[in-house]
Design a protein. Structure first.
Ligand code: CTP
Ligand SMILES: C[C@](O)(CO)[C@H](O)COP(=O)(O)O
Length: 219
């Protein structure tokens, strides 16, 4: 079965607040984004990797690849206005039936085991997302103040989110709404169920300078 991954790195990184876009920040011996592509290549040599980057960052990325002798094969797609639009641009390059994963470029610590689990389950379930338990107590903000809710009723959602190609293309043909914060929410809006798989706790999204420190410690 043909397998793709769309790695989205088309955002602005506002919460990181760095001059260099966060996907290019060094972590250990190379930029964050290179770690992410490498783990997918380790999962499967034949996986087709589509990397979504803003047009204006693409030549810089190519320079970085030369500098680091980075040889993981991939094709580039153009970043969009929101994550939804970036995924949609990547999906336009998916031309054969099979499975397509969508992964945040700034989640370099996803394990090969979790990637494999999501792709294998998606062969049957069609829509699979990795999740982890909430380990702290949760409060819901109300008009009157706030109240404790049961953390057993919630999960934290990660990527890669893996889908049947036809299903994801249909989902992304829908009109954008700000409620679409991940790919599962787009698929669910068509009334399709999403299957939950176990994620890995290290699979953090590098969002703030603090996350970068945690990431460096995890290497
Ligand atoms: N227009 C966008 C917005 C986000 N993303 C990607 O979606 C992933 C998750 O988004 P997030 O961590 O929020 O990244 P940013 O949008 O860049 O961060 P911020 O919200 O702080 O600006 C990132 O890999 C980001 O590059 C994208 O490809 N295109
Ligand atoms: C897709 C995601 O990483 C799942 O947790 C998350 O929804 C991205 O959200 P962001 O606001 O674009 O960081």
């Amino acid at each position: 079965m043909k397998k793709y991954v769309i790695i989205v790195a088309g955002g602005k990184g506002l919460r990181m607040g760095s001059d260099l876009p966060k996907q290019f920040l060094p972590m250990g011996d190379k930029p964050v984004l290179m770690h992410t592509l490498e783990v997918f290549r380790r999962y499967d040599e034949t996986l087709q990797i589509i990397l979504v980057l803003p047009q204006e960052q693409q030549s810089f990325w190519k320079q970085l690849c030369d500098k680091h002798h980075f040889t993981v094969k991939h094709v580039l797609a153009e970043g969009g206005e929101t994550r939804f639009h970036s995924v949609k641009n990547g999906l336009a390059l998916v031309q054969e039936p099979g499975l397509v994963g969508v992964h945040d470029g700034v989640r370099p610590f996803v394990s090969v085991e979790v990637i494999r689990r999501c792709y294998e389950l998606a062969e049957v379930q069609k829509a699979v997302i990795p999740v982890v338990d909430v380990v702290e107590t949760l409060r819901h903000l109300t008009d009157a103040g706030s109240e404790t809710v049961s953390r057993m009723d919630y999960k934290l959602v990660q990527t890669p989110q893996v889908f049947d190609v036809e299903l994801l293309k249909q989902a992304y043909a829908q009109e954008f709404t700000p409620f679409f914060t991940d790919d599962a929410s787009v698929v669910e809006a068509m009334g399709m169920p999403v299957y939950l798989a176990e994620g890995n706790r290290e699979n953090i999204k590098i969002t703030t300078p603090f996350d970068l420190k945690v990431g460096s410690a995890l290497l």
